[in-house]
Write a protein that binds this ligand. Structure first.
Ligand code: SF4
Length: 421
């Protein structure tokens, strides 16, 4: 199959400032550690806002693990963890973090991490988070709090939903007591409101940036979203990332107004489902030789957590704890298959998507589970072309580049034939 000339997508100028923003975050962790201020490890999907509201510096091991991968250190850390007895099949974020701590790596540029004061996990996305932090909390001898979040499925009744809501709200109040015991102070409600307000604003600008991707050509590519998502889960509640997102929005809007796309020539619009391969982000540039651009990733969108239409900004600011609980129950990533199929179908329509690439992630069974059924329904019921590729987000040993390349080439060929009709 012939390829076009290599056309590189243009990252937004504002996205390049992301490094500084994340640099400030790591500096804050380092400073807190050196000054003996409280630091909490938190898993994604937890209400990090409550940590900021209690003046605790969050540190997210998953985020550090992506740095290890991007800087080509993750395989080494994963192998250290496997040598210590952790299975080849376990989540590679967990093993990267385990390798980092077993080697006592604190260099943040390699994905190193500092010992926390306590840990916060939740099973909202996966059970691995809870087991992972349990193991690490025992190693570090620090307290660990976990939030259990029941999954709402298609036949969950309103009565059950109400019960779930109360159950999660109670746990969040217990978590605040847990922190008060450690820190010796209560949460300042005014500060909690301010943090909630900032978190809302951050998410809304992110959603606005996303909406611009509906335009043809799309002004934003994965070069902006894969890195751009990090402030959403490491800094929800701070003001500075909002400014950065607003700059990204402004620049993307200018592109739309001038009919300019991230890619010079846009031929195919794709959706990518799953966590990207952080050690091989070049893969996404590889698509560009055919004028193919990814215009939607459920993964990067899902971290904009304020998507529940029943929650307004006023409600959140007035009742941050209760609303946080409700939002944990409506996280994109815990949708059941039926809801997922429906969301995919709607998104394909809204974003004029030509095809969907699903990442069957060997590390992440919760995310990959049901993908073959999802594909079957999208193809058979909605005539949406789908491709499943097998790989792993942090373990380069699990990516067969030749196989993935061949599959992608055939998929693009299929899309090309469909366009001709
Ligand atoms: S990659 Fe998947 S299994 Fe691993 S921590 Fe994330 S959600 Fe859990």
């Amino acid at each position: 199959m012939s390829k076009g000339k290599v056309i590189k997508s243009q990252m937004l100028g504002a996205t390049q400032k992301l490094k500084n923003e994340m640099g400030r975050h790591y500096l804050a962790i380092e400073q807190a550690y050196r000054e003996g201020k409280p630091i909490a490890w938190a898993t994604s999907g937890t209400p990090v806002e409550l940590l900021y509201a209690m003046d605790v510096q969050p540190s997210l091991p998953e985020n550090s693990a992506t740095i290890s991968a991007a800087q080509k250190y993750s395989q080494n850390f994963i192998e250290v963890a496997e040598d210590a007895g952790y299975s080849y099949d376990l989540c590679s974020y967990f093993k990267t973090n385990m390798g980092v701590t077993l080697t006592e790596t604190t260099d943040l540029g390699k994905g190193g991490i500092r010992k926390p004061t306590f840990m916060l996990s939740s099973d909202v996305i996966c059970d691995t988070h809870v087991d992972w932090f349990q193991v690490q909390a025992e190693r570090f001898k620090v307290p660990h709090f976990t939030i259990d979040v029941p999954h709402v499925v298609s036949n969950t009744t309103n009565k059950q939903k109400e019960y779930y809501k109360k159950y999660v709200i109670e746990q969040l109040w217990e978590f605040l007591d847990f922190m008060s015991d450690i820190l010796g102070h209560e949460m300042d409600m005014e500060k909690a409101r301010e943090v909630a307000n900032n978190s809302w604003d951050l998410s809304m600008v992110w959603q606005d940036i996303y909406k611009l991707r509906k335009n043809i050509p799309s002004p934003v590519s994965t070069k902006d979203t894969f890195g751009g998502l990090f402030p959403l889960f490491t800094m929800p509640g701070l003001k500075t990332p909002i400014k950065l997102y607003k700059r990204m929005y402004k620049e993307a809007k200018q592109r739309v107004d001038n009919g300019v796309g991230a890619l010079e020539q846009e031929n195919y619009r794709l959706m990518f489902e799953g966590i990207p391969f952080w050690y091989n982000l070049k893969f996404f540039n590889f698509l560009e030789q055919w004028g193919a651009i990814i215009v939607y990733e459920p993964y990067t969108y899902s971290f904009s957590k304020f998507m529940n239409p029943d929650i307004t900004k006023d409600m959140l600011v007035n009742n941050p704890v209760e609303c946080m609980a409700e939002l944990m129950l409506s996280f994109w990533y815990i949708y059941d298959l039926k809801t997922r199929i429906q969301k995919f179908e709607e998104t394909v329509e809204e974003y004029s998507i030509d095809g969907v690439i699903l990442h069957n992630n060997m590390s992440c069974r919760p995310n990959s589970c049901g993908q073959y059924d999802l594909k079957k329904h999208l193809v058979d019921d909605y005539d949406i072309p789908c491709l499943i590729i097998d790989s792993d987000m942090n373990d380069p040993r699990k990516m067969n580049s030749t196989q993935v390349t061949n599959k992608i080439e055939s998929f693009i060929e299929l899309l090309r034939e469909r366009k001709k009709k």
